[in-house]
Ligand binder design. Structure first.
Ligand code: PLP
Length: 228
């Protein structure tokens, strides 16, 4: 199947899932995950209407952005080390993976030097020890409170990567948990924070994530095919 055909099928499943969840399909944006994907295929996805591209390695993204240019918005979705934060802040339009004060400060400092306000999401680890990255759910609101005041970050919501499980009901519970945490955070009405986005759902489970409220679905394989 071509990338255009894959995208047609992904869009149609998003539409069905959104309606099932009582939501507008237009409120869901596909972040096409381009790790290991060649520039030609990325251009094809953009030609088929993709407006947002996701990369999980800063270095790889730097080369790719240099090759392809800013044909779409670039989102960083991988684990961010503090020493890569400054570079990430120059390359990316949004960072999904803030999981500590240190990394938030580093991004804020870098964004200030560029005279911009960088959109970020807070990555939450909802599954306990099974996943290495993300702030624990119980500490997420404290992290939000502490970074809300950073003038050069625009906190826009939450992101999670669930462990791979075959049982979609287990994943659904995690996605619902992220939505509930988002609602709790929203109720705090922190100045400078707009809890608009839920970045959740990948190729194998994005319909469930959309039913549960995802606004950003990070999809690689279902668009570009199996990675090597
Ligand atoms: C690779 C990756 C994805 C996409 O995974 P697929 O299963 O190929 O859709 C989503 N999110 C993150 C953080 C990733 O690293």
């Amino acid at each position: 199947m071509s990338i255009a055909e894959n995208l047609r099928s992904v869009r149609s499943r998003i539409e069905t899932a959104a309606r099932k969840g009582g939501r507008e399909p237009a409120d869901v944006t596909i972040v096409a995950v381009t790790k290991t994907v060649a520039p030609e295929q990325i251009r094809e996805a953009v030609a088929s209407g993709i407006t947002c591209l996701g990369e999980n390695r800063v270095q790889e993204a730097r080369d790719k952005i240099a090759a392809i240019g800013r044909v779409a918005q670039w989102d960083f979705i991988g684990h961010l080390q503090t020493n890569k934060a400054a570079l990430a802040a120059t390359l990316f339009d949004r960072v999904h993976s803030v999981d500590s004060e240190r990394v938030a400060w580093a991004l804020d400092r870098a964004a200030r030097k560029q005279g911009r306000r960088l959109p970020v999401l807070v990555q939450v680890n909802l599954s306990g020890e099974e996943s290495k990255f993300g702030v624990e759910a119980g500490a997420a609101l404290d992290l939000l409170r502490s970074i809300a005041g950073l003038a050069n970050l625009a906190v826009e919501g939450l992101m999670t990567i669930p462990p791979y499980v075959d049982n979609p009901d287990k994943t659904r519970a995690l996605y619902r948990g992220l939505r509930e945490l988002r609602d709790e955070a929203d109720a705090l009405a922190l100045a400078g924070v707009a809890m608009t986005h839920l970045s959740m759902g990948m190729s194998h489970d994005y319909p469930v994530a959309v039913e549960e409220g995802a606004t950003l679905v990070r999809i690689g394989t279902a668009i570009f095919g199996q990675r090597p």
